[in-house]
Structures are given as C-alpha cells and as structure tokens.
Design a protein around this ligand. Structure first.
Ligand code: FES
Length: 290
C-alpha cells in the first residue's frame, strides 16, 4: 500500500503567496505536562471556520507575527468540528512564544499539509495504536476519528507510555478511553512514583507483553525516534508485516511544502511525501537516519 494522497485538502491553501497564513484565535489552553500545552483555536474568518476540513495525520504551520512559524500536526479529530487543536512542547523560539500566549491571542495558520492516515485501508481491521509521550498528538486525532465511526472498525488497542506519570499527555483522553468498553487501553511509564499504581516498562516491552495479534490488523505507531526504532522489530516479531505498520514522522520541517529541503530522510521529503508512511516505505533508511 502506498500512502501518497495529498490532493483532497488543497482548496484551503492560500492562493498566490503560499506562505500567507490564515488568522486564528486561541480559545483554550490546556497544560498537558510541565513543558507541553494543547491549544484550541478557531479561524477569525467565519466562512473559513465553517468550511475548513482536514484529515487525521495532516499538519499545519503555526506562526506568531515577528517571531516565526513551526509545524505541528492537527491533534484534534476532523469528526469534532467546533474547534481545532495543536499540541506543542516548549523547545525553541516559536514554541516558547506560543507558550507565552493567552486565550484570545491571534496566531497564523497555514495548511493543512501532507498526507493522512489511510482510513479506507484501516476500515474493517483491528487497530493497534502504539504511542509515546507528546507523540500521542497525531494518534489521538485518528483514535477519536475511529471512535466516532466505531462500526467501521474492529478491535481498538491503545498502548501508550511516557517517561513518568507527570509526562503522560492527554490524561482526559486516557480516562475517556479507559471508560470506553470498546477500547482496550494499556498505559505505562518508564519509571513510576509513589502514587503510580499502573504498569511500568518501556513501550516496546509492554507491546511485546500485550502481544496483539497481527491477523487482519494494522499497527499505527508514533513516538520519539528511540521508541519507534525499538517498536518496529517487536511488531515484526509479533508477525506484523512492514505493510501492516504505519507511522507518522516529524523531522526538522520548516516550509511544510517541499521547498526548503530541510525535512528529507533518505530520498523522501517528510512534508511533501508524508508525514504518514508505512514501515515498508521507510524501512531501508529509518534506522540509519531517524
Ligand atoms: S519542510 Fe521544507 S521541504 Fe519539507
């Protein structure tokens, strides 16, 4: 299976100057962990607010006037249209500036960019989501999308971990999926604390213990590079073929539209050819370059 379709969402991209952002307003800010925040936002333009659509897995470029812009996935689900969300860690100039914003502030947004998770391919299958830390952001867009169309999919397993309990993102989602009897969720941390009563262990180890069946299944993986590198061999050991493993990559993106050459891994541009890939598509160079 090749994941390449990026044509369906082009109509929201600014005509003429491709770098011109749409103005959006921050409506809510959620502290996920000490350095990670989720921002709810909406477009200032009412028509755009009503008409804008995207697919789970796509990303946008978020900007602050006079500071710069940075790419993040849209972390909300396209099935929930009253606002959009992105989640970011405070690591650089733009993200530090974003973290200083308050509700009501204006930001720029251009996108959506990139391809998306292949819903047609996932339909009728058992889905195994494997995520680590803030990288649950793109997965949660798809997880909510799947839950909102529950009859189209078979079993849903979510294996999610973080370094410590305080580093778990989207705790409100984890609680909701815990209560959802149609979702099997396993949460783990590398190191617990005195109040942690859940599972301890690295995500790939826990995945091996949970041992989801590869029969009629697809694994969707997103996490820090080290987690991804150790998760793929475990999935293969469990019997998943590289075509049954999907991931979404983030790599030094800047322009987001295939022009700056900053995001290449091997012979692909993550922004233009991805960010969603099957393991089969990236297997040859992922361990070397990611
Ligand atoms: S981010 Fe510029 S080419 Fe991909």
């Amino acid at each position: 299976m090749a994941i390449t379709d990026i044509s369906s969402r082009r109509r929201f991209l600014a005509q003429g100057n491709v770098y011109l952002p749409h103005i959006a307003i921050i409506e809510k800010i959620i502290d996920e962990t000490p350095g990670v925040r989720t921002f709810h936002f909406n477009f200032k333009d009412e028509k755009l607010r009503e008409e804008f659509t995207f697919d789970s897995g796509q990303f946008g470029e978020y900007s602050i006037l006079g500071i710069g812009e940075a790419p993040f996935c849209i972390s909300s689900s396209p099935t929930r249209r009253d606002h959009l969300e992105f989640t970011t860690q405070k690591v650089g100039r733009v993200t530090n500036a974003l973290h200083r914003l308050s509700v009501g502030a204006e930001i720029g947004f251009r996108g959506p960019y990139g391809n998306s998770f292949p819903l047609d391919f996932l339909e009728g299958k058992n889905l195994v989501f494997v995520g680590g830390g803030i990288a649950l952001a793109p997965l949660r867009s798809l997880i909510w999308n799947v839950i909102d169309n529950r009859d189209k999919y078979k079993n849903i397993d979510v294996i999610y971990g973080a370094r410590s309990p305080i580093d778990l993102c989207f705790k409100y989602d984890l609680d909701a999926w815990e209560k959802d009897k149609t979702v099997n969720i396993v949460t783990t941390v590398d190191r617990g604390n005195e109040s942690w009563t859940g599972r301890e262990g690295f995500v790939p180890q826990v995945l091996e213990q949970v041992a989801p069946s590869p029969d009629n299944a697809v694994a969707i993986v997103c996490g820090p590079p080290i987690m991804i590198r150790f998760t793929f061999p475990v999935l293969e050991k469990l019997g998943f073929t590289p075509e049954q493993i999907i991931t979404t990559l983030e790599k030094r993106m800047k322009c987001g539209i295939g022009k700056c050459g900053r995001c290449n891994i091997g012979n692909i541009y993550v922004c233009r050819d991805g960010p969603v890939f099957t393991y089969a598509q990236i297997k040859d160079f992922i361990s070397r370059e990611y």
